[in-house]
Design a binder for this molecule. Sequence first.
Ligand SMILES: [Zn+2]
Length: 306
Amino acid sequence: MNNFKNSILFRALILALTLMPSVITLLYAPAPTIHINLLFHRVTDNNPEQWDITPAKFRSITEKYLEHYKPLNPEDFEESFEKLPEEPDWRQLKEWRNLRKSRVMFMFDDASKEQKEAIKWLYETHKIKSTLFVVLDWIGKDNFMPIEDILDLQNNYGTRIELHGKRHDSNPELLKAGVNLGEELEAARQDLSKMIGKEVSWYAYPYGHHNDAVIEEIKSKTSFERAFTVESFSVDTNQDPMQTPRIMYLENEKGFSGTFALWQRPPTYLFIGLFALTSTLPFFIALLMFRRMDKKVHKKKKQNGL
Ligand SMILES: [Zn+2]
């Protein structure tokens, strides 16, 4: 028995038992679900501005995200959080973890012609449906998509068409200038709904600009159910639906590299596992010390002939 107690096997057994809680935590602790909306402007090689992106970079960023995030289609957005099971089903752990996987939605503002190929590529290569926010007065003008292109994206590439304003002006400024913003937006919402044959229910603030007065105007005078800002947060069910955040792609922007690169962050359950590991280690060390003391007592007993 003494031999076994001093054997490597026994020590390994004790070590395994001590580390078990952390290993279990590491494997089974629920990873929190992060939901992010990514916002892009023009996807082009032709003199990209700071808020534009080249097609090559767009593809590589998308693929990096898909390693860690599950693409969520816009029609599943509203119920996606309600469906989320909090408690793991131990018999279907893999399915449960897949449900808990973080999600990403792809959004495009302005409906410029340089967005069409990127939206098609997302759908054809990755079966991802995008959301396109359209400025009513810009449809078919200059470098913006004609209604035929917008309908093509909707009908053949699963794109959700929503409103980005009648005009692309800062909403707080319009209110200040005395414009009846609610009325203007509700009329634009109804016009766009007729053009695409579907009820428009989402709105994206031009430049992301909004304030309490703008939100109140939209809530009281329009039928929009949700409005999107440009803020580098993840989506949270406790947020006001009229301030749903989107992370905007900005080249060489500090905020971008910090928040946009969320995919690089190790999952939180890893931290929980590491925490469990560090908290069980002292226990293990205490155990070793106790064994040493035990040995010393044994030795003394032997020396004393007991
Ligand atoms: Zn815009």
